[in-house]
Ligand binder design. Structure first.
Ligand SMILES: Cc1ncc(COP(=O)(O)O)c(C=O)c1O
Length: 414
């Protein structure tokens, strides 16, 4: 198994300062390294990255992304506000999402975001009406459903004909009628996002060809498309097999640059590829036991910290922090304290003997983990730390459940 050296720095920093678990610990070095891959795509091929902040919206991470000159893809008013509070300007933001509310659209139009993506003809009509009422023209991206199978888990495949995302090809003529009838709708972009954890990068060439061919059709009808957005979904090496797509992106975009021949501005929306392998969740073993044929390690982290294994059957590498290299190993189900059989972080994981009080790390936990965390079983959200030069810097506090009860609940005793 390949273990990125940045994890050794996280382990050393934790051992020097064993903060209370469960905790997310991010590697500053790894984040900067990943971000620089995308900065390089801009410098070499003019490809603009809009970081899909749904993957991880911690302000410290957003600021690192801002500092490198990348832009952001937001999916809600909350994300929009958070991006702007981190320092992004409205012109840095594109607004995606299949179900934007009228209030969200109104704010986005008033702020003048770079692009608002329409995901259905109904939404296009609503955006047009709001823009007209406000008297503000809006730059529109059409998210098309290219019917390209991303060959990934069904829950993260978004470009097939039966998915809820994007505009059906058959609705393109109706979209054109709407665009023609409303002068506040200014079509600039064609977009597709076919899914996540995509290992076959040739699919992005297929998406480019599809969008480029569509833009030719739009051109014949009087619409000049300036931007093509190929979405995100570049696969991460979750299982330690060395199959990261990051080193292959330069080749992919040099190929796309040749096909594009400077006709369109190309952009992408990676999320996990920037953050996933920058973080480990540190967790303490509370109890061990054997039920039937299985060894269980019951830890203080749970599906509330990382729901990916139970949601998508995702596999994360799990290691014991002080790994006795030559210790005999056994298979463990690493589970949390939450009252769900689906509350597991890993099944049949080969680990050295675990005992109460041992600390383990669930690797590659930077994407769709803290961002998807929940309070189920009244568990407080866990803190986040950034490891920089061997020190741990707290970048999000552990949630205080008392404050939550006092501030959010309105007791009714009638
Ligand atoms: C529209 C859109 N763009 C980009 C992404 C980012 O995907 P990933 O984190 O796999 O790169 C997502 C993820 O759901 C998405 O829905």
């Amino acid at each position: 198994m390949f273990l990125d050296p940045s994890y050794n720095s996280l382990f050393a920093a934790y051992l020097k300062n064993p903060v209370q678990t469960p905790a997310y610990i991010y590697s500053n070095t790894k984040l900067v390294e990943n971000i620089s891959v995308f900065k390089n795509l801009f410098d070499k091929f003019g490809v603009t990255t809009h970081y899909a902040m749904k993957a991880n919206s911690n302000s410290t991470i957003l600021k690192l992304i801002l500092k490198a000159g990348l832009k952001v893809d937001v999916n809600s008013l909350g994300e929009l506000k958070k991006a702007m509070s981190a320092g992004f300007l409205p012109g840095d933001l594109i607004f995606a999402g299949v179900g934007k509310t009228d209030a969200e659209l109104e704010t986005a139009i008033q702020l003048g975001l770079k692009t608002i993506k329409a995901e259905s003809i109904q939404e296009l009509v609503v955006i047009g009406k709001i823009a007209e009422n406000l008297g503000i023209p809006v730059r529109i991206g059409l998210r098309l459903n290219p019917e390209i199978d991303a060959k990934t888990h069904p829950y993260i495949a978004t470009g097939i004909a039966t998915s809820k995302f994007g505009i059906d090809k058959r609705d393109i003529p109706a979209s054109i009628d709407i665009l023609r009838s409303n002068k506040f709708l200014n079509l600039t972009t064609l977009d597709a996002h076919i899914g996540s954890q995509i290992t076959d990068l040739n699919l992005f060439v297929d998406v480019f060809r599809f969008l480029s061919a569509q833009s030719d059709e739009f051109y014949k009808l009087g619409f000049k498309i300036s931007d093509i957005d190929l979405g995100g979904g570049f696969a991460v090496d979750y299982d330690g097999s060395g199959n990261s797509t990051l080193p292959l992106l330069e080749d992919l975009f040099s190929q796309i640059a040749i096909l594009n021949d400077k006709k369109f501005n190309i952009s992408i929306e990676p999320g996990r590829a920037i953050v996933a392998n920058s973080c480990a969740i540190f967790s303490t073993v509370l109890y061990t036991k054997r039920n039937g044929e299985k060894n269980f390690a019951i830890c203080d982290a749970a599906m509330t910290e990382n729901i990916r294994p139970s949601l998508y059957g995702s596999v994360h590498t799990i290691v014991k922090i002080v790994d006795e290299q030559y210790a005999q190993k056994s298979l463990y189900d690493v589970v949390g304290p939450v009252c769900e059989s689906g509350d597991f972080l890993g099944e049949n994981i080969l680990l050295p003997e675990l005992n109460r009080g041992d600390v383990i790390a669930i690797l590659d936990s930077g994407a769709y983990t803290a961002a998807m965390a929940s309070n189920y079983n009244m568990r407080p959200l866990s803190p986040e730390y950034l490891e920089k030069n061997g020190e741990l810097i707290e970048i999000r506090r552990r949630q205080n459940i008392n404050e939550w009860i006092e501030n959010l609940e309105i007791p009714y005793e009638g």
